[in-house]
Design a protein. Sequence first.
Length: 415
Amino acid sequence: METTAATPPRSLATEAVHAGREDLAELGLHAPPLDLSTTYPSYDSRAEAARLDAFAATGARLEGPPVYARLDNPTTARFEAALARLEGTQSAVAFASGMAALTACLLARVAQGLRHVVAVRPLYGCSDHLLTAGLLGTEVTWVDPDGIADAIRPDTGLVMVESPANPTLVEIDLRAVAAACGDVPLLADNTFATPVLQRPAELGARIVLHSATKYLGGHGDVLGGVVGCDEEFARQLRQVRFATGGVLHPLAGYLLLRGLATLPVRMRAASASAAELAGRLAAHPRVARVHYPKLGGAMVAFEVYGEPHEVIAGVRLITPAVSLGSVDTLIQHPASISHRIVDADDRRSSGVGDRLLRMSVGLEDVEDLWRDLDRALGAPPRTGARRVLSGGTVGTSPGGGEDLARAAAPGRAGR
Ligand SMILES: *Cc1c(COP(=O)(O)O)cnc(C)c1O
């Protein structure tokens, strides 16, 4: 759905609650309707044929009633309209998962003969794997942000970055990177920041990708992905989605639209707790290093002395689980779980050390969270010798995030 240009700008908090719902009062409704139809009746197959031809030719959303759920769904379209408004993009196209969304972006470029991708590590583990394995016929060149311009070739279809990155929370200057891309579209994965903290399209990214499974849904009960972009690229994505079938289920579209309404409130509250916990972790004797973005946010990564597995085994209130962005706090060990699929050397050289833990801070009381963390950090090993404090190197992973001193002075995340 395209955004309407005529309405005056409204704040993000207002858009989060109202975008994608403008026609409800006129329809005599308050909650958005959930349309689970897979197909739709039409007594005029000549007109239907013409509409299908138009979609095949352009990829523009169908005018009039939907035809088939793999083509379009009105509930999902509301979520797409709302996300586009929040990200400040012309359009948005939703998919079954974040990985389905990335797949569609890559296939849309491969279909144009542009099979080369330039990417900056670290990325989410499966994104790294998809590019490294070349499953979709792409070829990747991994570079530092400074190396982007030199790595671009005539057949480069995309430059891909994450900022803050999963799991190290390294931040990239998206404006500088977008400039280095020239005519090649920059795809920025904005899953960690969300449009509440960062709108990559305003910084020059042509494609903004989300694992909607995380903060957009926000409750750990819906899998989805979405791409905010200009209408030209959205049309290509809709054609790929129709042909390959990675559609978002309408119930997921419903839940994601509902999640967006509280996104600004959830992000602000969780970010304030995350900043506080980052500061306390930085002062903890069993923590070697804390990574917390300058941008703020609800993710904290930290490196421990000794066994990270002991911390995972020791939490009681915090849930030891992969994924992030839920109302409850989750912690996981990237080298074992979220980034397991990445080759160990590539993982380590991109800053994902074996002692790194990644925590997604939720909406619990911050003192309760701290008690749980402090206890888990201090818990004696369950097996073998007590060697938690035997030490190791401090701060061996490369830059990004904030170091101890900065993390100890939270203050930006309350906005
Ligand atoms: C989880 C995640 C993905 C993949 O999303 P799914 O919804 O699990 O397919 C992509 N990028 C980032 C940054 C993620 O955290």
